[in-house]
Design a protein around this ligand. Sequence first.
Ligand code: GLN
Length: 353
Amino acid sequence: MFRISSRFGTFFLGAFLVVAGTCTVPVHGQTNKSPVAPNRERVEAAVREAYDKYRSDTNGKNADYIPYLAQVDSKLFGVAVVTTDNQVYELGDVKYSFSIQSISKVYTLALAMEELGFDKVFQRIGSEPTGRAFNSVLAVVDIPTHTGNPLVNAGAIATTSLIAGKNEDEKWSKILDFYSKVAGEKLVLIDEVYKSEAATNAGNKALAMLLAKYDRIYADPFESVDIYTKQCSVGVNATQLARMGAVLANNGKNPATGEQVIRAEDVPYILSTMAMAGLYDSSGSWAWHVGLPAKSGVGGGIVAIVPGKGAIAVFAPRLDDAGNSVKAQKVIEFVGDKLDYNLFSPQSVGLKK
Ligand code: GLN
């Protein structure tokens, strides 16, 4: 069934071709009209076409350096779009809660900027793409700032270390509450993911100690790694992730709750950092092919932001060599192309080809 719902009720518009068990495209929660939000039929058609085109793609493989992630069903596949006027489009496994992983880095960055201001965060972390794997030790040694940027592990652990609090619990609750405000609903830690990663995160501890050598971590290194590991283990589903993206598309205001959850002045810094480093050492190729700020996580999620319009989130666990979901990249590229979302293309602001 194709369903349109709003805060005031749910309307069924008749039969909708369902190609997968969970495969409906509900559109709900419309709160206000946005002159720039994409039109429903075009988005729905593009998402459905991409979903059908790539659903049986078996390229890539689950992350396995975190044992829990290796056993996640690699066939899971969900796509969600949330617009700045809070229209929601969903297809596939959009209710499955997966670990947010590196996408959390974006939101801890937003919280650090709120606490310290963007200038201090820039001085303490920086914003240089590393051109190296997300967990690279060599990047910490070679890059003059050592931290690189807030979206690689070293820079992210250092960003987490900026969050103030009396103790570890207070810092962690502050981060989780902030993510929940951005999602517009309470998010929780997936305990098995946390335990699995905490038991195998010697590499991240090594990065934190190396940052300590260069005075580029701002709290106890192991405490910071532990909080960072928790933030990576927060569960989100594709729709929640798309809404977290839509907040950035909507100048920091949650389109569902109307709350200003990220400071509007911070948004361009966050998005430019995502554009440069959101897909690690394949961020250049992503910018070339897709032209949207985005962030991936080894849990299989990617969220891409279309400023002023909305966000698309895709969850599919199989990753490429850089650690980015294969299907998610393909779906977002396909949809972006169909809807002229590429920010570097004049068509994105309405010029004809
Ligand atoms: N928690 C993961 C790690 O630290 C996050 C990495 C990722 O999603 N790319 O390795």
